[in-house]
Design a protein around this ligand. Sequence first.
Ligand code: AKB
Length: 317
Amino acid sequence: MKNILVIGAAGQIGSELVPYLRKIYGDNHVVATYNHTPLPQELMESGPSAKVNATEGNSLNEVVRKHNIDTIFNLVAVLSAKGEANPANSWKINMDTTFNCLEIMKEVKGALFTPSSIGAFGPTTPLDHTPQDTIMRPTTIYGISKVAGELLGDYYYLKYGVDARGLRYPGIISNVTLPGGGTTDYAVEIYYEAIKQKKYTCNLPAGTFLDMMYMPDALRSAVELMEADPSKLIHRNCFNVTAMSFDPEIIAAAIRKYIPEFVLEYNPDPIKKAIADSWPNSMDDSAARNEWGWKPEYDLDSMTRDMIEKVSLKLKK
Ligand code: AKB
């Protein structure tokens, strides 16, 4: 990876991936792009940036040629819950972007990272220890676009030699940019509300187990996968990766170790509940561990300690 393009750089993952990549590969070698949401000031100032509509091939092509890009991190996506409000728009954004990235990487013989998700699974998937290779019949437009993206990635690799790779991310918990439109967003909001109000009303019911991961592990896993020896990769699009699995009661108990008075209440959102019920309770990520050495560093307790420290500082500013 010499010259990297991050599309969707203003989002939850992008806003942290850009500085992470700039530290490793050099500020001038990582181009941050945005479309509707402006980039945070620090990202504009610390390296190159561009306004790009990645659903338009020409817009993407121009920036790839201008900066001599050999690798794209494609973080543009309408997430699961938001996608259900406007499925046609979600399909268009998720698929056009992935397709355009693959087409341009075919021309420049480059590499592409596209995250998939636990959302690529569905209610007929085995929900416990969900295997790497299993039934994938998701029931959300987001999940359907993720499965299609996985298949397209493998297709472009096999047919054209595009170095397409990806991870099935669980819910990502972070403290820089809030997520938006996801089913797992509660696991971020709960920390902010625990610190601000000592109380949180959860939109998923107790007993809803989902895989999760802390942002530092999510960033490291993306780079480790893209740097992995290709001859070792049996799977490419995409690898199950997880760091922990919990339900709202378990994360609330972890928060109470630091904020004993924290109160958790419930008001489940039927759409989010149905989505969460169709997703794995916990994935088996042994293929990622065996093929490129994946290992999470943060568990629920170490993540909670760090989240409470960082979010408290942020809210004091
Ligand atoms: C969502 O909840 O939609 C995302 C995801 C798990 O892909 N955070």
